[in-house]
Design a protein around this ligand. Structure first.
Ligand code: HEC
Length: 132
């Protein structure tokens, strides 16, 4: 995550003071980045904890380092749901099924943490909504 911060900070520096300086100070960008990193780290902790369901199973057992979650393909048709779905709906599908737990609301801070972690792991991957 530290490396990502550096790259992002450098990116903002290179894009030019003129375009961004009016809206964000360097301190703002550092603060926003830190906030994101904290939430993504919370997501990783949940991912590996077994605390999201009732049977002690953790997401990481089947998706180590968020493997095979394919956030870049959402929204897409998901056969488990029989319709075009968003990423959080498949997170909930796995909470209900392999973890035997209860849905999280889309805006639950735990859901935000999980989605932050999943998408952070897949940073840089090209978006391909709908792809299989
Ligand atoms: C027992 C194994 C298992 C566990 C534990 C598990 N999953 Fe899954 N997960 C699956 C299977 C099987 C699929 C369906 C594969 C597919 O549709 O490609 C899936 C699909 C997904 C997808 C969609 C993947 C895609 O390619 O579109 C996401 C996102 C996901 N899981 C997140 C989670 C999260 C979050 C947790 C923990 C709350 C979790 N999974 C726990 C087995 C598991």
């Amino acid at each position: 995550m530290r490396r990502f911060t550096t790259v992002l900070a450098l990116g903002f520096a290179l894009v030019g003071q003129s375009a961004l300086a009016d809206e964000f100070t360097r301190a703002d960008v550092d603060r926003y980045q830190k906030a994101f990193e904290t939430v993504a780290a919370d997501g990783r902790a949940l991912w590996t904890s077994g605390a999201l369901g009732t049977n002690g199973v953790a997401c990481a057992q089947c998706h180590p380092n968020a493997a095979n979650t394919h956030p870049e393909t959402y929204p897409k048709f998901q056969k488990q749901l029989g319709r075009v779905a968003q990423l959080f709906e498949m997170v909930n599908w796995c909470i209900r099924n392999p973890l035997q737990g209860a849905n999280l609301a889309a805006d639950d801070p735990k859901m935000t943490a999980l989605l932050s972690y999943i998408t952070f792991e897949r940073r840089g991957v090209k978006l391909s909504p709908g792809a299989h």
